[in-house]
Design a protein around this ligand. Structure first.
Ligand code: GLN
Length: 457
């Protein structure tokens, strides 16, 4: 039963919501001991919500188990963004997306694991004292990141479930690809970021993962919309345009041979006709521009975490500088420190013009390149990731640069704020291969009809 059928039944009282929630929580405890998809399972809140709802079942998400990435605030539930520095932080409010989901009857089952603050592509950059989630197809492999927990539980759940996740530069598409689920990242601004612990504010998007595209749509339609609490949220809705003209991005086919084969044969199998087009700027410059902009923004966004106001507390009997240094040295992981240093450097007086401002100009050029492509095509298609899920111990051998290069296909649409969808194209050596479709701003309708049309193998 999918989430759409489930909520229909729940509204008609054909499902005992409290009993169902209890069973789901039991399963989660068991799965989590081995796979580490949750930083927190919010059992108490879930039962409370289920009991309330059972009395008067209603809403588009009636009784549906919903997981929330740990960087998105849930009132009263520990919210850490995967970082030790936020241990013990319990928000006093819900993120707008969470609030909207709860209003429609969602049952919040827990906070899913992630790379610390979203800094990673494999979910192995977890914070100090956090566990690495394991791929549901092979526990020695990574889930992908940074929303690894969301993707892992979405694949493994044998009950109806939808995940609210977040992407800055591919954090929904990448893990969705490695775990074989649908991952939907909307146009920048379609979903309010209020209550999201920010990584890079000009890039962050709250989105959705589910087993099917239709279920992603169900959730997106609940959480989207203008929010007076987020000045960057849009007051326009997405369109229902057609997905008639498809182009495959030529440069994006320079990937693992099996990945390329799976994508092209999926398009053929589904009778999708396409042209090959070239997007040279995105291929060559999106990764460096993304990492300069993302780390610059992250380095300022993280300044508020200092062991003083949120989460972990430190004693005040030290000098001012020691106090902050101790908190940040002991609580930030290696990758978080690397990104604060890189970002601070890139926007420092003397280097700003050469790095940060140059990256912003490149971003504008990349946006123009996509916009030109969308004058001729409705959808651009490519592999989501250049490889299938790697082994966790292989990832530790990659240099930071090799790590960053893994995002070469997802950072382009992210820089341009374009909506994109991951669907499973096929399998290679028993691991899912993700295919990504990218649409023009606010043309999510085309992505939904594309995703719906792809027959799963
Ligand atoms: N892998 C990218 C990064 O590390 C994207 C992560 C994200 O979208 N949060 O920045």
């Amino acid at each position: 039963m999918n989430a759409i059928e489930f909520t229909e039944k729940a509204r008609k009282k054909e499902i005992d919501i409290v009993e169902h929630t209890r069973k789901v929580l039991e399963k989660l405890e068991k799965i989590n001991r081995e796979y580490h998809y949750f930083n927190t399972i919010s059992a108490e809140l879930a039962i409370q919500q289920a009991e309330k709802l059972a009395k008067a079942p209603k809403g588009k998400l009636c009784g549906l188990p919903v997981s929330v990435k740990d960087c998105i605030c849930v009132k009263g539930v520990e919210t850490t963004a995967g970082s030790k520095i936020l241990k013990g932080y319990r928000p006093v409010f819900n993120a707008t997306a969470v609030e909207k989901a709860i209003k429609q009857g969602a049952i919040i089952i827990g906070k899913t694991s992630q790379d610390e603050f979203g800094f990673g592509s494999f979910n192995v950059n977890v914070g100090v004292d956090f566990e690495i989630p394991k791929n549901p197809f092979d526990a020695a492999r990574a889930c992908g990141g940074s929303s690894g927990g969301s993707a892992g539980i979405t694949q493994m759940a044998d009950f109806p479930h939808i995940a609210i996740a977040e992407s800055t530069g591919g954090s929904i598409a990448c893990p969705a690809s490695f775990c074989g689920v649908a991952g939907f990242t909307p146009t920048y601004g379609l979903v309010s970021r209020y209550g999201l612990i920010d990584y890079a504010s000009s890039l962050d998007k709250i989105g959705v993962m589910a087993k099917t595209t239709e279920e992603c749509r169900l959730m997106l339609d609940v959480i989207k919309g203008h929010d007076t609490k987020d000045a960057t949220s849009l007051d326009e809705d997405y369109a229902e345009k057609k997905n008639e003209k498809v182009a495959v991005i030529k440069e994006a086919l320079e990937v693992d041979e099996n990945v390329k084969k799976a994508i092209l044969s999926c398009l053929d199998r589904n009778g999708i006709k396409y042209d090959l087009i070239s997007l040279p700027l995105a291929a060559k410059y999106a990764t460096p521009a993304y990492y300069l902009i993302a780390t610059s923004e992250a380095s300022t966004n993280l300044a508020k975490f200092c062991g003083f106001k949120y989460g972990a507390e430190f004693s005040l009997d030290d000098s001012f500088n020691n106090f902050f240094s101790n908190a940040r040295s002991s609580c930030f992981g290696k990758e978080a420190k690397r990104r604060v240093l890189l970002g601070t450097f890139a926007r420092m007086a003397g280097f700003r013009d050469a790095f940060y401002l140059k990256a912003l100009k490149v971003r504008t050029m990349i946006i123009r390149e996509y916009k030109e492509a969308f004058r001729h095509y409705d959808l651009l298609v490519c592999p989501t990731m250049p490889v299938t899920a790697p082994k966790i111990d292989e990832i530790s051998k990659l240099t930071p640069l090799q790590n960053y290069m893994m995002d070469v296909l997802t950072v382009g649409p992210s820089l341009a704020g374009l909506p994109h969808l991951n669907v499973t194209a096929g399998f290679s050596n028993r691991l899912p291969v993700g295919m990504m479709a990218i649409a023009d701003h606010l043309n999510e309708g085309a992505l939904f009809s594309f995703g719906k049309g792809i027959k799963q193998v």
